[in-house]
Design a protein around this ligand. Structure first.
Ligand code: SF4
Length: 148
């Protein structure tokens, strides 16, 4: 298990909450300043202090069932339904630098597809334009690099 300094810095709507949850977990995995390496103990710590932070390609989910867009109030669930993730709209979203990279790459792919205008049916073009707009707005809001 890594140290405090190894943890990625998270941004996005739930970035601060992710940081707090991971710091709390890290606090329990250190004893007298040393990282706990005993496997059984680490398993117990993980079971009791599960931060419910789920890494993904485009976003990192900081799961709160009451505001999860992938769940309904009738079926809140203890875990996110990643297959139904709405990453750019959900307030449980946090972003690592790898997530920001993946989103920026995705934006570039959308631009390449849109540049090839002749081969796109109007409906598909409209959908790609909308994806591009939403992704660009999200990145402008949450990517620290775009604020520089
Ligand atoms: S919609 Fe995505 S970010 Fe939101 S809780 Fe579900 S998996 Fe997590």
């Amino acid at each position: 298990m890594g140290t405090e300094a190894d943890r990625p810095t998270l941004t996005g709507p739930a970035g601060a909450e992710a940081e707090a949850r991971l710091a709390e977990l890290a606090r329990h995995t250190l004893f007298d300043g040393q990282a706990v390496t005993d496997e059984a103990r680490l398993r117990r710590i993980a079971a009791h202090h599960d931060p419910h932070v789920y890494p993904g390609t485009f976003v990192t989910c900081v799961y709160n069932p009451d505001r999860a867009l992938c769940r309904t109030s009738a079926d809140p669930g203890e875990h996110p339904a990643m297959a139904d993730c709405q990453p750019l709209a959900c307030r449980n979203t946090a972003l690592t630098s790898a997530n920001l990279h993946a989103l920026t790459d995705h934006l570039t792919q959308l631009e390449i597809a849109l540049a090839d205008d002749n081969h796109l049916a109007p409906y598909n073009r409209h959908r790609l334009q909308e994806q591009h707009r939403v992704t660009a707005v999200f990145l402008a809001r949450h990517d620290p690099a775009s604020a520089e």
